[in-house]
Structure formats: C-alpha cells, structure tokens
Design a protein. Structure first.
Length: 317
C-alpha cells in the first residue's frame, strides 16, 4: 500500500500545482495520508486519487520557467530533498522547524497539515514539498503577547468583540488573516492563556469547531492534530504551542468572530464505521477531519472529538 501511495504522491508533486481554481489548496497528499491512516485498500486509495485529480491544475513547465515563485519553489524543493537525504528526516525537521514555527499558520494551516501527513508516510519527496510550501506561504503573526487569565474560548469571544463591524476586502482565508494583523485592536490585546499544553490546544480547537461549524476552524482543528505529530521535532515545545494558539486566534478573528453556540451531544458511531465511511468518501475535508478527531481523541478526557467525527458522518451520509 505504501508503494502505491508513494507513486501517487510523486505524480502529484511532479504533475499538479499546489493550488487550483480560486486559489484552493491541493489536498491530495493529505487525504491519501489520512486514508492510509484509516487502512484503506489500494483500490480505495486509487479510486480517491482518480476522482480527485479531475479538479487539479496541471503544471506547465514552460510557464513555470517564467514564474519567479515557481523557480523559488523548485530551488527550495531540491535543497530540502538534499538535506533530508544527507541529514535524515529528524535532523532536518529539528533544524527547519526552529525557523518555520513562527509562521505556523502558513497557507491557513495547509503547510503544517501537509508536513505532518508526509512524515506519517515517511516520504522524503513529500516532506520536501511540504517544507517548501511552508516557506512559500510563510506568514509570521508577530511576537507572542502576554497571557491573560481566561479560558481559550473566553479569550476568543473577548477579542471578537473588539473587532466591531470590520469589513474584510475580497480575498481568501490567508488574505483575511493578513488583514487582521494590521488592526490596532488585534495588536493591542493580549491573547495567550496562562497555561498552554497540547491537551489545552486540542480541547480548544475541537470545541471551537464543534460550536461554530466554521470551515476555517476545521483547519485549525486538523492543524492541532498535525501539531501533535510535529512537537517531538520542536526544540522549544511551549513556544511552538503558543505560536499555534496565536494562529488559532488570528484564524478565528479572520472569520469575523464565527458564532459559538452550545450543541447537543451526537450519538457515537464506532470508529471502525467512521473509518469505513471515509474509505468511500470523495470529501477530502471530511476524511481529514475524522483522522484529526481520532488522533486527538486519546489525549482528551471527553468524547467531543468522537462526537464531531460521528456527526460529520451522519450529516454526509
């Protein structure tokens, strides 16, 4: 199964662009990794691949030779591939994450999700491609602020109030995040909780997504599962957690302060049934969300992750 997946990953890197349509990100490698995590069969992996590539934009070598960003990407990819081959995955990641973590929101959590997926498949070329994406879409959110003695969700609700009726200009999630950084009310307010841990991050992101159902916050949730995978490679894990929380704050504000309301508990499906549903689903975000929920479920004392995954399966049947 790994060799079939590796072949599809290589073709994705070689033949298809990182974005398609209206600057949508190519999630093929992330979804293949999630399906692999769910023990999908080779036939199921190939079926998803065949259906997904229809939406992607093919790479054009002639156009890329005239595009400075494409040229930079190619140079970075070759450099990272060389580092990974010579130094190994662990040393390369430890070195690179030290400088990349301040831009952890790169691509609206796309880069961190792609990198964690690549690591899970132990695929050097895909890891190199993921690090390249992180560099190209790097977005630093500024210095870590002082902490405030409030729960994470309370911090978000308070910050959303100071946003007032700010109207975002046209653009995607990444554009909206950049707009947030320019606002005085964001810059002048503290946004860090006193205590920080992987468990606190996981609890907050799943709670925010469950109560808001917001698409941007779905990526924050999948990003938190990816962060769990990357923490062992981070020399300063607390700093990485705080940068990630800062990214969650900016992501939430970029939604305009998506309403968070109480929700009823969803009946729980067996994880095996959730996995089987994902095997047949063409929905990349559903697949990735369910994987993230399963990865975070074992570090939380409640069933919220399981409820979120179960509800999404019910809604998409």
């Amino acid at each position: 199964m790994v060799s079939a997946t590796s072949s599809m990953l290589a073709k994705n890197i070689r033949d298809y662009q990182v974005t398609y349509g209206s600057r949508l990100f190519n999630h093929l490698s992330i979804s293949l990794s999630a399906l692999h995590y769910f023990d999908a069969s080779e036939a199921q992996l190939k079926a998803f691949y065949a259906s997904y590539i229809d939406r992607l934009s093919e790479r054009c070598e002639q156009q890329e030779t005239l595009d400075p960003i494409s040229q930079q990407s190619a140079a970075l990819f070759d450099d990272y591939k060389k580092q990974l081959t010579e130094l190994g995955i662990e040393k390369t990641l430890t070195k690179e994450l030290t400088r990349l973590i301040p831009g952890i929101v790169a691509g609206g959590f796309y880069a961190i999700n792609r990198l964690a997926s690549a690591i899970s498949l132990d695929d050097i070329e895909e890891i190199a491609a993921s690090l390249t994406c992180w560099r190209i879409y790097y977005l630093e959110l500024g210095a870590i602020t002082d902490s405030v003695d409030q729960t994470p969700t309370k911090i978000l609700r308070q910050l959303a109030k100071v946003m007032g009726n700010f109207r975002f200009p046209p653009g995607n999630t990444c554009d909206r995040m950049k707009n947030i950084l320019t606002l005085h009310d964001y810059q002048a307010n503290q946004n860090q909780p006193v205590e920080i841990s992987m468990e606190i991050i996981a609890d907050a992101t799943v709670k925010i997504y469950q109560m808001s159902g917001d698409f941007t916050m779905l990526h924050a949730l999948t990003g938190s599962a990816s962060l769990k995978s990357l923490l062992p490679y981070c020399e300063d894990q607390e700093l990485a957690l705080r940068y990630f929380w800062q990214a969650v704050v900016v992501a939430y504000l970029s939604t305009g302060g998506a309403p968070m309301t109480s929700v009823e508990k969803s009946p729980l499906l067996p994880w095996s049934e959730i996995f089987s549903f994902c095997h047949q689903s063409p929905n990349e975000h559903l697949i990735e969300l369910c994987r993230a929920c399963h990865q975070l479920d074992d570090i939380l004392p409640h069933e919220r992750c399981h409820q979120v995954a179960s509800r999404q399966v019910f809604l998409n049947r």
